[in-house]
Design a protein around this ligand. Structure first.
Ligand code: KIV
Length: 283
């Protein structure tokens, strides 16, 4: 898509299938959203991964609507062009469809353009209810971090014929329910390729190979903010952990040795007032 200042819409994303790959990154705050938006990412996903990478929880399960609403509004304030998708946290859509619609509305009011829910055929009714309320929905199948963490842990999905067929059926069910795109997380490439060919909406892969219509990564992973976390599917585009460490260590050293602040960082009184001040000090 030609990079214009125009806001990326649901129709733009759908039209990119087969024409142009879709770039998606997670975002959780104002400052990094400003940069990612300016750099031309198509979709900023306010993922509930914020619970892990920003808040330090061991999984995404503890994240609630209060935190997600705050992250979404901060991202919205920093974003002009990218489409903003807000993740519905665990517990915000499971009780029933009307709770799900209420919470989806809350994320839209916070500045999101669409919401994302984890799940396949079993949440079709909920997806339809949200879509019927006029809210664009992104699906998410394969590894579902909210519930995988409670069951088998984070594992590759679609390794057997049965699980591969189930993923294809789930994707078709999501398409029928009206999602505008589907995240495929940690899905075997062959299965992701098949889904991508069989659904009319774009697939957005994470750890699901090269064939998806778009790719998403967690911002902190691709920027190397956590030195020791190196999933195989992540490509690091920066080593910020090292850069931030070096900068903070230099700052501390320079304060201790008196090298910072320098004269150029200081402010001064005007000469006239300085003169008066000197005289007043002597009294
Ligand atoms: O929460 C998140 O960041 C996500 C992406 C990894 C797809 O759901």
């Amino acid at each position: 898509m030609m990079q214009t200042k125009k806001k990326v819409s649901v129709n733009d994303i759908i039209a990119m299938k087969g024409a142009e790959k879709i770039s998606v990154l997670t975002a959780y705050d104002y400052s990094t959203s400003l940069i990612c938006d300016r750099a031309g990412v198509d979709i900023l996903l306010v993922g509930d991964s914020a619970g892990m990478v920003v808040l330090g929880y061991p999984s995404t399960v503890p994240v609630g609507m209060t935190e997600m609403t705050m992250f979404c509004s901060a991202v919205a304030r920093g974003t002009k062009r990218a489409m903003i998708v807000g993740d519905m946290p665990f517990g915000s859509y499971q009780p029933n469809a009307s709770v799900a619609v209420e919470n989806a509305v809350q994320l839209i009011k916070a500045g999101c353009d669409a919401v994302k829910l984890e799940g396949g055929s079993e949440i079709i009714g909920t997806i339809k209810a949200i879509a019927d309320a006029g809210i664009p929905v992104m699906g998410h199948i394969g590894l579902r971090p909210q519930t995988s963490s409670l069951w088998e842990g984070y594992k590759l999905q679609g390794r057997t014929r049965e699980s591969a067929m189930k993923l294809v059926q789930d994707a078709k069910a999501l398409e029928k329910a009206g999602v505008f795109s589907i995240v495929l997380e940690m899905v075997a490439s062959e299965v992701a390729d098949t889904i991508t060919k069989r659904v009319s909406v774009p697939t957005i892969g994470i750890g699901s190979g090269r064939g998806c219509d778009g790719q998403v990564l967690v911002l902190h992973d691709m920027l190397g903010i956590y030195e020791d976390i190196r999933p195989k599917f992540v490509k690091r585009y920066a080593e910020l952990s090292k850069s931030i460490f070096d900068a903070v260590a230099s700052y501390t050293r320079e304060i201790k040795t008196g090298r910072f602040p320098e004269e150029s960082n200081a402010f001064h009184m005007g000469l006239e007032e300085l003169d008066k001040f000197r005289k007043a000090k002597k009294k």
